[in-house]
Write a protein that binds this ligand. Structure first.
Ligand SMILES: [Zn+2]
Length: 251
């Protein structure tokens, strides 16, 4: 893959990650060229977008249909008191902070909910999708779309002090439907500790950088389950369901 060469300013700015074995100037140029679609600009989306913007991801698409509320502020670090007072759209609040973190970022925002009939309009040019949503209905729409396009989907979820992360690449891994065949019931506001969401979100951002650069091993076929209450970190191997209604050949 040929990538735009880095400017002198960029080489200086990203020096500490260019020094990482497996990134270098070539990896940084890939990061600059990448387009990442993040759905959900909340507790997971905040660290994902902030770390990706800071890391020099050239193009971010942020999708979220909500407005900032006071009850978001314990964990959604992209949004501040003033945004809650103004009931700002989360995508506008996110865009302000992210372009301040990195003015070189090209950001596209959509204040829309994702449905199966609009997802391709919103995310068609994304190389990688990141699931930072808070509901399984939207996740499964992203899952179907990622399967259709055969692009990686980095899934993260958090509740209280625990959460999970995996990366779906349908041609070689189980999809979200294989792993979660029935959708959990929604049940009012979900309890979340901010740093638990930050932990999962930071790991999702790492996963994206790895997918872009080829660094390390992505969570293909692995579900990393994290419980920060007791500091338990468990890596579970997950299998493709040959009869999966989303990704199997005989669906
Ligand atoms: Zn499947």
């Amino acid at each position: 893959m040929t990538s735009d060469p880095l400017t002198k300013t960029e080489i200086e700015r990203y020096q500490r990650q260019i020094l990482i074995e497996g990134i270098g100037n070539e990896g940084q140029a890939k990061i600059k060229k990448a387009t990442v679609g993040v759905v959900g600009a909340g507790g997971l989306g905040s660290p994902v977008c902030m770390y990706l913007a800071a890391a020099g991801v050239g193009n971010l698409i942020v999708v979220d249909d909500q407005k900032v509320e006071a009850s978001n502020l314990n964990r959604q670090l992209l949004h501040w008191q003033e945004d809650a007072e103004a009931s700002s759209l989360k995508v506008d609040s996110a865009a302000n902070k992210l372009t301040a973190i990195n003015p070189g970022l090209k950001l596209r925002r959509h204040s829309e909910r994702i449905y199966s009939d609009n997802i391709s309009d919103l995310l068609d040019d994304a190389d990688i999708l990141v699931d930072c949503t808070d509901n399984f209905e939207t996740r499964m729409i992203m899952n179907d779309y990622a399967i259709r396009r055969n692009v990686p989907l980095v899934h993260g979820a958090v509740e209280s002090l625990h959460g999970q992360i995996t990366t779906v690449m349908a041609s070689r891994t189980p999809c979200l439907k294989c792993i979660f065949p029935s959708l959990p019931k929604r049940k009012g506001p979900i309890p979340v500790l901010g740093p638990a969401a930050g932990t999962i979100g930071a790991l999702q951002a790492v996963e994206v950088i790895k997918l872009i650069t080829g660094l390390g091993q992505p969570l293909f076929g692995k579900l990393l389950v994290i419980d920060v209450q007791d500091n338990c970190y468990e890596m579970i191997s997950v299998e493709k369901d040959p009869h999966c209604t989303a990704c199997s050949q005989d669906k």
